[in-house]
Design a binder for this molecule. Structure first.
Ligand SMILES: Nc1ncnc2c1ncn2[C@@H]1O[C@H](COP(=O)(O)OP(=O)(O)OP(=O)(O)O)[C@@H](O)[C@H]1O
Ligand SMILES: [Mg+2]
Length: 411
């Protein structure tokens, strides 16, 4: 039986989906995590303690494990573990993306530099540190602009500024965010990226790379306008309602961007904006769509239906993926933003939300009694709503209707 090492936080929403996919494919999974697991003693091949801090220690541990239980692939599921997976794979001579390519995808400034060299259409940008004189920078840059940290995600710390005063306030606010206690301190946190603000509609693209060639699995429309000052993700709906010609151009841009970074294998998640001037790549991550959202992608080869996690496993283990395409149904997810800071006291209307037609599930992902923090300081959603229908418009309508049924009491 083939075996894959899955680098994933044990509390991740995705672990279950990967384990189910592995069962279907008769693949053995070893979960690599830096958290101890009570089951590891009874299942020594199922868990591997790894350090995210000491890479050489981790490589030694995986090498030893590999001698006892042969590994065929190493899969990093989140942004951090993707780089670790590439490093370990390189050491063990397993198929993988180069460390340089995944590291470039992980750092928004390096990514911009690679895109610039390769002529990928993107916003103008500049890098500034806290030591720069903010008044001087504020007078020099053009507006509107977007200030963002180099390595955070979920739009945390991404702020639009329309003038000098807003820019100075945004820069200082983002600098405070990157110093928050839950954020690992490294050199990338000393600097912020400032980009030209690109207006227009936004899409997210989910794809799978194999030997450098991109297969687009889904293009998601983001029908809520994302004009700032903060950029809360809300609704994703696929298939896209953009003209096919635009969808083809989106795929071309994403392929150009993956080539620019040197990404070759595995899932990618890209974000682009489209306006009268053209197509603009905001970013590419060398991982699949985050959180529970992967549930909105289901693929089929006409006989069986598979999850995105199964496709990722298949691709990593060199199994066939080409016969699978996204299902014929339209699908969508709403990431429910946090309305204000406080303690989540109560959620009402859950049953009515679940009862809206085309709604498949509503998940509240923050426990009652927990502190919630909105953007730009926060990084979590209140929960997720899932819908499927024949037409994308019905999916979008259902998501909005279900969300309108919910009341969140935050005090
Ligand atoms: N230059 C820009 N012009 C216009 N909007 C932008 C720009 N940069 C970022 N945004 C908006 O902010 C959002 C988050 O930015 P970005 O993708 O760079 O950060 P992120 O934290 O990686 O987000 P996520 O994890 O949600 O993908 C984008 O999806 C987009 O809506
Ligand atoms: Mg992004």
């Amino acid at each position: 039986m083939p075996r894959a090492l899955l680098l994933i936080p044990t509390t991740s929403y995705r672990a279950q989906a990967f384990l189910e996919a592995a069962r279907r494919l008769s693949v053995e999974i070893t979960v690599g995590s830096d958290e101890p697991n009570v089951l590891s003693a009874s299942n020594p091949s199922g868990y591997l303690m790894i350090s995210k801090v000491d890479i050489s220690e981790t490589i030694t541990a995986v090498r030893q494990f590999h001698q006892n239980y042969l590994l065929d692939a190493i899969i990093g599921v989140d942004d951090q573990s993707v780089v670790l997976a590439a490093r370990i794979s390189e050491a063990l001579s397993l198929p993988h993306n180069s460390v340089a390519s995944v590291s470039a995808a992980r750092n928004k400034h390096i990514m911009r530099e690679r895109f610039k060299q390769a002529g990928v259409p993107q916003p103008l940008y500049d890098l500034f540190s806290i030591d720069n004189d903010l008044n001087v920078i504020a007078a020099r840059i053009t507006y509107p602009c977007v200030v963002k940290p180099l390595t955070l995600s979920a739009s945390r710390g991404v702020i639009r500024a329309n003038n000098e005063a807003e820019f100075i306030a945004a820069f200082q606010r983002v600098m405070k965010i990157v110093q928050m206690p839950d954020i690992a301190k490294d050199d990338s946190m000393q600097k912020l990226l400032v980009e030209e603000y690109i207006s227009g509609t936004e899409v997210a693209v989910e794809g799978l790379l194999s030997k450098g060639k991109l297969r687009v699995l889904a293009i998601f429309d983001k029908p809520d306008s994302l004009e700032g000052p903060f950029f809360e993700e809300t609704i994703y709906v696929t298939p896209s309602r953009l003209p096919m010609d635009n969808q083809r151009k989106i795929a071309v841009c994403v392929q150009q961007a993956t080539k620019a970074l040197g990404l070759e294998e595995g899932p990618i998640h890209a974000e682009l904006r489209i306006n009268e001037q053209g197509f603009w790549v905001l970013e590419i991550a060398a991982r699949s769509i985050g959180g529970y959202c992967s549930r909105s992608i289901r693929c089929t080869n006409g006989r069986e239906q598979v999850s995105l996690e199964e496709l990722i496993l298949r691709q990593a283990l060199g199994m066939e993926t080409y016969s699978f395409q996204r299902e014929p149904q339209a699908a969508g997810v709403m990431m429910m933003p946090i309305p204000r800071a406080g303690v989540l006291q109560e959620v009402n209307g859950l049953q009515s939300a679940k009862g809206v037609s085309h709604i498949e599930d509503v998940i509240i992902s923050i426990p009652i009694g927990q502190q919630v923090v909105p953007l730009p300081e926060g990084s979590r959603y209140l929960g997720f709503i899932f819908a499927r229908a024949h037409r994308p418009n019905d999916v979008e309508k259902a998501l909005r209707e279900a969300h309108a049924q919910l009341q969140f009491e935050v005090k």
